[in-house]
Write a protein that binds this ligand. Structure first.
Ligand code: NAD
Length: 356
């Protein structure tokens, strides 16, 4: 099993180092190769996604990614900015399924902006289609309106579209993920207003015939947004399109109140994937040794579960993370009075210890 390690910028290298330490402590013989990406790629090779890095990512069975970006690159032309690396990887590796678990460990219930009884023990998975929808649909642009009430005026326009095969493949990912969890899937759409999402609903319903052991329900996106804040624990797995998923997954992430805790996976049709924390490169705390490495360590656990077929090892890591939280160890972002404040390295070491 070959893992491409792409640390990136800011806190990326610090948090990736902890995840690599945890992976190395599992007693498996993974081949891990590191390459620069983002600002680091630009510094080393003049491009945020250097050819060698892309080649490594393509060859590997999975990619473990830190984070990219730094304010000092904001003046570069768009194609050379660090963030282009992640878009390039998604496109080149055909990563169409974005999996974002939102988990709130009972020990961190106080970190949420919602009441502890509403969110404590939250464990939901949001699956967002990542390469289609209005974000990529053509035609798009600004033009003189050819018709309608505002004919002759300048207008901006985009195109929402989903091909049948795009919906089918994300629906399969979602049903399979639900099967591995609580066996309940909510498909979120706007079928009451949008043709694209009536079609989405019909196709998801059809794919459901192959997964009769999973309970499927459909929900309009506005209601889903409300329910996520009102009673988020009612959900198990949510599947939705690119735009709705973008918004709902961020809302769900914030339910847990701690961006440093949230892993993510982006998968292709064969479950090869790129795994990264949901947060960015946090330049404000880079190099200070205070970044929370748990989102990256939990991303490594997702990698073991979804791409490397090592569910038991994934469980081991997740249980080790729970254990250090029960022990009261906290990086500053999740610190509360009565717990013990630790740095990035100490947190990584504690997870390694808890694995034993
Ligand atoms: P950010 O997620 O990097 O930081 C937001 C806030 O959360 C900051 O206060 C930061 O200190 C804190 N934070 C983030 N991760 C943390 C962790 N592990 N431990 C403790 N605190 C943490 O978002 P931003 O500040 O908007 O963006 C910074 C840079 O990251 C930008 O260049 C942006 O483009 C980039 N970015 C990259 C990715 C990615 O690599 N996939 C995603 C989002 C943002």
């Amino acid at each position: 099993m070959k893992i491409a390690i792409l640390p990136g910028d800011g806190i990326g290298p610090e948090i990736i180092e902890q995840a690599v330490k945890v992976l190395s402590a599992l007693g498996e013989s993974f081949e891990m190769e590191t390459a620069p990406v983002g600002g680091a790629g630009y510094e080393a090779h003049g491009h945020p996604l250097p050819e060698g890095t892309l080649k490594l990512a393509k060859e590997a069975d999975a990619v473990l990614f830190g984070a990219v970006g730094d304010w000092k690159y904001d003046t570069l032309e768009r194609a050379l900015r660090p963030e282009q690396a992640i878009l390039g990887l998604r496109k080149n590796l055909n990563l169409f399924a974005n999996l974002r678990p939102a988990i709130l460990y009972p020990e961190l219930a106080g970190a949420s902006t919602l009441k502890p009884e509403v969110v404590s023990g939250l464990d939901i998975l949001i699956i967002r289609e990542l390469t289609g929808d209005i974000y990529f649909g053509q035609p798009r642009g600004v033009r003189t309106a050819p018709d309608g009430a505002f004919k002759g005026e300048r207008e901006g326009f985009d195109t929402m579209r989903y091909a049948e095969s795009e919906i089918r493949r994300i629906a399969h990912v979602a049903f399979q993920a639900a099967r591995k969890r609580g066996k309940r899937l909510t498909s979120v759409d706007k079928a009451n207003v949008l043709e694209t999402f009536q079609f989405w609903k019909d196709i998801v319903t059809d794919v459901h015939k192959e997964y009769q052991d999973v309970a499927l329900d459909h929900m309009y996106v506005d209601n889903a947004a409300m329910q996520l804040v009102r009673a988020p624990k009612k959900f198990d797995v949510i599947v939705t399109g690119n735009m709705f998923g973008d918004i709902l997954s961020d809302a769900a992430a914030m339910l847990t109140g701690s961006i440093g805790m949230l892993p993510s996976a982006s998968l292709d049709a064969k479950n090869k994937g790129l795994y990264e924390p949901s947060h960015g490169s946090a330049p404000d705390i880079a190099g200070k040794g205070v970044a929370n490495p748990l989102a990256t360590i939990l991303s490594a656990a997702m990698m073991l579960r979804y791409s490397l077929n090592r569910a038991e090892q994934a469980d081991r890591i997740e249980n080790a993370v729970k254990k250090v939280l029960v022990q009261g160890l906290r990086t500053p972002d999740i610190y509360e009075e009565g717990t013990r404040k630790v740095g990035t390295v100490e947190m990584g070491d504690a997870v390694v210890q808890a694995l034993q």
